[in-house]
Design a protein around this ligand. Structure first.
Ligand SMILES: *[C@@H]1O[C@H](CO)[C@@H](O)[C@H](O)[C@H]1NC(C)=O
Ligand SMILES: *[C@@H]1O[C@H](CO)[C@@H](O)[C@H](O)[C@H]1NC(C)=O
Ligand SMILES: *[C@@H]1O[C@H](CO)[C@@H](O)[C@H](O)[C@H]1NC(C)=O
Ligand SMILES: [Zn+2]
Length: 307
């Protein structure tokens, strides 16, 4: 027998997930994520976020920004440490079109560990929560951050929560609540075999074209695979915000300057998604925000042998 909530979900889902059992613990996480998404209220990308209110309009440590090498403090930051990033996650994983992006809540590993990051300038241990993407369209690039004035085709965000806070809702109320890893994708015309995990995710996109549809991913997947083959030793890091309402200034950003090359054929699948108005979900990126160098610094880490 299913628990009542699982039963409710399976009824709501119709056939897509009907025969795949999803652990109650993971369902609870998905529900928490969706509650957070609902709490943000209605918003869209018609003006790239320039019409969003509240902290989005008044904040002084907003994201995304242009990450400029010349304006950064190049310092000997210790490396970013990835813990349990190479351990297989419990499956199935659920990927959802939430009207603003393709979002996947990440469960614990098969042996019950929650992958986390620390090191670099992170103020604590940050457990992985979810991954989502920002993209453009056939004619435009869709990364949120820019690196040395250049924007890229897609930007992936891997969202982490400081272990000192119980919930995402609580974490967003503190400057040290969240850590997001940003990875830039550049579209290439050849197929790459190096991105097993990402290909698994992108292969499901045709099944989540409609708003609130979801699909499952089974088999072996670990969080490390999301990073493909990029060099993680060089990155920009700074204090910023969520790039969606309410734009809470709760994020330590780490944006890698090594670019992940990803097949155009896969990226094109993102442009077919639809939002809650059944309009094409394209250009779901926020415009660049003021860096406000008097108020915050942007740091750049270079690879050094001894640290
Ligand atoms: C996983 O990462 C650890 C270090 O974090 C390493 O010692 C181990 O060999 C890795 N395992 C696999 C299967 O890659
Ligand atoms: C999947 O889609 C259904 C129907 O739109 C939605 O109500 C439900 O919350 C989604 N479930 C998950 C696990 O995301
Ligand atoms: C972020 O802000 C906190 C609190 O003001 C500060 O201690 C920390 O050094 C800042 N981190 C970065 C990366 O600038
Ligand atoms: Zn994002």
């Amino acid at each position: 027998m299913f628990s009542p909530s699982l039963w409710f979900l399976l009824t709501a889902l119709g056939c897509t997930l009907a025969f795949i059992e999803i652990p109650e613990e993971y369902l609870a996480e998905i529900r928490e994520d969706q509650a957070g998404e609902s709490a943000a209220g209605e918003y869209n990308y018609d003006n790239q976020g320039d019409d969003w209110q509240g902290t989005c309009a008044t904040g002084e440590k907003q994201s995304p920004i242009d990450l400029i090498f010349q304006d950064s403090k190049v310092s000997s930051i210790s490396r970013l440490r990835f813990n349990y990033y190479n351990q297989s996650l419990r499956t199935p994983l659920v990927i959802t079109n939430n009207g603003h992006t393709a979002n996947m809540v990440l469960p614990v590993t098969r042996d019950g560990h929650r992958p986390y990051i620390n090191g670099a300038l992170l103020p604590g241990d940050f457990e992985v929560q979810s991954v989502h993407f920002h993209w453009g369209s056939r004619d435009s690039k869709g990364s949120e951050h820019a690196i040395n004035f250049e924007r890229y085709d897609v930007e992936m965000h891997i969202v982490h929560k400081n272990t000192r806070y119980e919930t995402m809702a609580e974490a967003t109320q503190h400057w040290d609540g969240l850590a997001v890893l940003g990875v830039m994708f550049k579209s290439v015309n050849r197929l790459t075999t190096q991105h097993y995990g990402l290909n698994k995710i992108f292969n499901q996109l045709p099944r989540i074209v409609e708003y609130q549809s979801n699909a499952t991913i089974t088999g072996q997947l670990n969080v490390g695979q999301l990073l493909g083959n990029i060099v993680t030793g060089q990155f920009y890091t700074y204090n910023g915000s969520l790039t969606t309402p309410d734009c809470a200034e709760a994020v330590t950003w780490t944006v890698f300057d090594d670019i992940l090359e990803f097949p155009h054929r896969q990226i094109a699948k993102l442009w077919n998604l639809r939002d809650s108005r059944r309009k094409p979900l394209i250009n779901n990126y926020r415009s660049l925000q003021d860096t406000n160098p008097g108020i915050r610094d942007v740091y750049y880490r270079v690879i050094q042998d001894s640290i």
